[in-house]
Design a protein around this ligand. Structure first.
Ligand SMILES: Nc1ncnc2c1ncn2[C@@H]1O[C@H](COP(=O)(O)OP(=O)(O)OP(=O)(O)O)[C@@H](O)[C@H]1O
Ligand SMILES: O=C(O)c1ccc[n+]([C@@H]2O[C@H](COP(=O)([O-])O)[C@@H](O)[C@H]2O)c1
Length: 200
């Protein structure tokens, strides 16, 4: 299957939620709606990953994961994309590097659950990410403390925006990151896969 690069209007602030989405679930939809509101985003693109570089397990086929993602969220400001498959990128820093150059007049915010902040320092060129793209982190059950105590959080402690200023994140000078303590949904793709089905 071929995937298109989405349109982005100049001046917009777009949140990017990267993930395996294997399968997508209401936890993804929930943090997306919260991010739209709290970070003052115009749009959110889901970046359905060809495969997480830190996960040995091969995910379900892209086409199935994208179709499922479209079933899970139907929102006028949300676009489900296979950008990494189009760009041929797999590491987030590489993807972001390409995206910011492709859309020089659009602002992007990298979105992730607290579990990913906890292990961000294991990502390729993670400091480049922090220094070039604002990062919005959403609470996730079990990971709020480990995320806030993580190497990345400690290293960039002074660049953390208070939760009450979350709406400024998209226009903040980098490094800038913000942790928002949203109501939490305890779903995960692992739970769904262990149930042996892709039902929500
Ligand atoms: N319930 C949730 N609450 C907060 N963030 C979440 C939740 N589910 C997923 N996320 C975030 O969404 C992004 C994509 O997640 P991913 O597709 O890996 O889903 P997952 O449920 O974490 O999958 P798995 O269980 O296979 O690790 C990540 O940044 C992850 O932290
Ligand atoms: O770039 C990296 O080194 C890296 C390592 C682990 C995860 N990521 C990205 O983090 C996002 C969430 O991954 P996942 O598999 O937990 O859904 C997804 O976009 C991955 O490509 C990126």
């Amino acid at each position: 299957m071929r995937y298109a690069i989405p349109h982005a209007a100049p001046g917009q602030v777009i949140g990017l939620l990267g993930g395996s989405f294997d399968p997508a679930h209401d936890g993804h939809a929930h943090i997306t709606r919260e991010a739209l509101q709290l970070f003052g985003l115009d749009r959110v693109w889901w970046l359905v990953s060809p495969g997480n570089p830190l996960k040995a397990r091969q995910p379900a086929p892209m086409a199935d994961r994208i179709a499922r993602a479209r079933d899970v969220i139907d929102h006028p400001a949300v676009e489900i994309t296979g950008i990494e498959a189009v760009l041929g990128t797999r590491y987030t820093a590489e993807t972001l590097h390409r995206i910011v150059h492709l859309y020089p007049r659009t602002r992007f915010v990298w979105l992730m659950g607290a579990d990913n902040l906890a292990q961000l320092d294991q990502w390729q060129d993670w400091r480049w990410i922090m220094e070039n793209v604002p990062v919005g982190v959403l609470a996730r059950p079990g990971d709020r403390i480990s995320a806030r105590m993580s190497k990345a959080a400690r290293f960039y402690r002074e660049y953390r925006l208070a939760g009450r200023s979350s709406h400024l994140l998209g226009h903040a000078e980098t490094p800038a990151w913000c942790f928002v303590n949203v109501p939490m949904v305890s779903l995960s793709s692992t739970i769904l896969r262990n149930r042996g089905d892709w039902s929500r």
